[in-house]
Write a protein that binds this ligand. Structure first.
Ligand SMILES: *Cc1c(COP(=O)(O)O)cnc(C)c1O
Length: 374
């Protein structure tokens, strides 16, 4: 995997913005609650290890990732705070998790038995910590009924020599929406589940960013702060009132590598889909869909020197072309996400244009774009 260090296209990360988002989330929580920052997908494209370090200094008390490899990346970088893997890990890796003090999510009693077997066979020296997932309406992972949960808790008790019941959690499907009846249903189910839990584990957690911003955290004592740590609104444009300011941390910029005047009638790009309506200045930008600049962004306005400049012709794999308002020098900055003069393009603007959500826009920015921290 190559990171393009010699190309002038970069994701700029404002470390102060991440710090302030997490600090605000921290201050919005009860003092004895834990705050785990979600670092899956390389910290939503912001760089997991760098964000982990900022988060620690801003008061995060742990981290969540999607898979064990992501947790190992953090451990190898010297991060020692608790880490929870939110997805399901194959039971064969239980010893790796135990040895590295990484907590795993479980969704079935069979998994517990398999893991206990592997831990026994490999003579793991430390206990495996697990968090029990409850499916209260997300339909993704987790136990489905309080009876199933009760069985798993019995199994857990019998395996307590090798496995520690560290946490229990659920995930809301509609916390980012104004309508809250489905949220309420899930909350009721969660409470029914909790009735069979006689010994509450160390962590009880239900809140992603949206839940922590707009709902109670339902008797939990930890939140899993993802998108809000990066300064983006989990509700896009639906709920705009926020208990604290969210500062977007990510800017995506490039610069013109080629500028030319084309005459009226000239075609641009694959398929010759764009035809100059008059003599026009056209600039070429060295990024494309292989960087996460969606091909559907044809027609979207990027920003040059405080002016909107339309992407003309199809976005190529590594380059795209824009119509300039006048001649600019090669090397002039092009802003795809971020501010230019009085104007600003947000991740939401891009998401709206291509029919997705801000999450997918930032996670889609490929590792070959260099990350620069300031
Ligand atoms: C990704 C994820 C989060 C973080 O969600 P945000 O909306 O980014 O805050 C929290 N919990 C679980 C289980 C997740 O998968």
């Amino acid at each position: 995997m190559v990171v393009a260090m010699m190309r002038n296209s970069q994701v700029l990360i404002d470390q102060q913005a991440i710090f302030s988002n997490i600090k605000n989330a921290r201050e919005n929580l009860e003092a004895d609650s834990d705050l785990f920052v979600v670092l899956k997908a390389d910290g939503y494209g912001h760089g997991a290890v760098q964000v982990a370090k900022i988060a620690q200094s801003a008061g995060a008390t742990g981290f969540c990732v999607a898979m064990l490899d992501e947790a190992m990346e953090l451990r190898e970088a010297g991060i020692i705070l608790p880490i929870l893997v939110l997805g399901i890990t194959d039971a064969q890796w239980a010893p790796v998790a135990a040895d590295n003090n990484i907590s795993l999510t479980i969704s079935s009693s069979d998994w517990l038995k398999q893991a206990a077997e592997v831990l026994f066979v490999t003579k793991a020296s430390t206990k495996l910590k697990i968090h029990v997932a409850l499916d209260t309406g997300m339909g993704r992972i987790g136990f489905q009924t309080p009876q199933e949960l009760a069985e798993a808790l019995t199994t857990l008790k019998s395996l307590s020599k090798n496995i520690e019941f560290e946490g229990i959690f659920t995930h809301f499907a509609t916390a980012d929406e104004k309508k809250d009846d489905y949220f309420q249903q899930q909350y009721d189910k969660f409470n029914a589940f909790m009735e069979v839990v006689s010994d509450r584990p160390k962590y009880v957690h239900v809140a992603n960013s949206a839940t922590s911003l707009w709902h109670k955290i339902c008797g939990g004592n930890m939140i899993r702060l993802g998108i809000a740590a990066y300064g983006l609104n989990p509700s896009q444009r639906e709920i705009t009132e926020l208990p604290y300011d969210l500062k977007p941390a990510l800017t995506l910029t490039s610069s013109l590598v080629h500028v030319k005047m084309v005459t009226k009638g000239t075609h641009i790009g694959y398929g010759a889909t764009y035809e100059a309506q008059k003599d026009e200045w056209i600039g070429t930008v060295p990024m494309g869909y292989a960087d996460g600049i969606a091909r559907k962004l044809q027609g979207f306005d990027v920003l040059v020197n405080g002016h909107k400049c339309e992407i003309v012709g199809r976005v190529c794999m590594d380059q795209f072309m824009i119509r300039l308002d006048r001649k600019y020098d090669v090397g002039t900055s092009v802003v795809i996400i971020g501010k230019s003069g009085e104007l600003q393009n947000t991740a939401e603007d891009i998401a709206d244009y291509i029919g997705t959500i801000n999450y997918e826009v930032i996670c889609g920015l490929q590792p070959r774009i260099k990350r620069v921290y300031f």
